[in-house]
Design a protein around this ligand. Structure first.
Ligand code: NAP
Length: 256
């Protein structure tokens, strides 16, 4: 008997309401995937659904909430097989030094970036095995190279990367790929604004003078390329940065 779910290009993308997640949904649809987008803001998901017509559907879902995620997964699996999970929901809060960090900020970042990714990955893993599919995480170079003020975010993204790496080891011999894409500086509309609690000036300063930070579309291209490799080719890790960024602390800025 042939495994038909293996050939169905249907992906779940968390964090699909903005930035890299929305761009990934668009790139995957353009490459022939059906995409189910997850996020909390229904209006944004609905807009994307209108734009992408029949190829994109969505479920309102808070990945930090067990019941919300369970309901979303049940709905998704009830409608068909899943070939790929793109864990994009995530983000940073604040840039305080460790000595002055707010415990709740750290807790929220861990809940979202690490436990949110773990929660939905666990729930979709049986279906992904059935489809010979892929778990993909969007981690960050923050998880590779710690920087001052990045304590809680770097720790969470390091944990997310380690989780992906260990999952890959634990699944050896089983038909699932695990891919970690770690972007450097990506100029999305909301990431830095949220990090700095809505302070636009601080958010814009992140990208000041940097020629061509990555765009959400640049990262989405990596996602689509990695997912469209053969099932037997695991792209273990991709580190992708703008040309102007050698590391978080080594960034070329015009005029400075
Ligand atoms: N921008 C960068 O420089 C950069 C660099 C490296 C890695 N990254 C990582 O890339 C990912 C996307 O970042 P981005 O720049 O595209 O930022 P973004 O535009 O702020 O996207 C974050 C997404 O996560 C969703 N989200 C937040 N909390 C959620 C929750 N509890 N449940 C479900 N969805 C939730 C948001 O949607 P709702 O608010 O509608 O729920 C949104 O769609 C993140 O994991 C980030 O850490 C970003």
């Amino acid at each position: 008997m042939t495994n038909q779910s293996k050939d169905v290009k249907r992906a779940v993308v968390t964090g699909a309401s903005s930035g890299i997640g929305a761009a990934s949904a668009r790139a995957l649809v353009a490459a022939g995937w059906q995409v189910v987008g997850l996020a909390r803001r229904e209006d944004r998901l609905k807009e994307l659904s209108d734009e992408l017509a029949g190829a994109f559907s969505y479920r309102v879902c808070d990945v930090t909430d067990e019941a919300s995620t369970q309901a979303a997964v049940e709905g998704i699996l009830g409608a068909g097989p899943v070939k790929a999970l793109v864990n994009c929901a995530g983000g940073a809060i604040g840039k305080d030094p460790v000595a002055a960090s707010n415990l709740d900020d750290w807790r929220s970042m861990y809940e979202l970036n690490v436990l949110g990714t773990l929660r939905i990955t666990q729930k979709l893993l049986p279906a992904l095995k059935e489809a010979e599919g892929t778990v993909l995480v969007i981690s960050s170079t923050a998880g590779i190279e710690p920087y001052e003020g990045g304590g809680g975010y770097c720790a969470a993204k390091a944990a997310e990367r380690v989780m992906a790496r260990i999952l890959r080891l634990e699944l050896i011999g089983q038909p699932v790929r695990v891919i970690d894409i770690a972007p450097g500086m990506v100029h999305t509309d909301e990431f830095a604004v949220k990090r700095f609690g809505g302070d636009q000036a601080k958010a814009q300063a992140v990208y000041a003078g940097v020629p061509d930070p990555l765009t959400a579309e640049d990262v989405a291209g990596c996602v689509q390329w990695a997912l469209d490799q053969p099932d037997t080719v695991d792209i273990d890790q991709i580190v992708v940065r703008p040309r102007a960024e050698g590391s978080y602390t080594k960034v070329y800025r015009q005029g400075s």
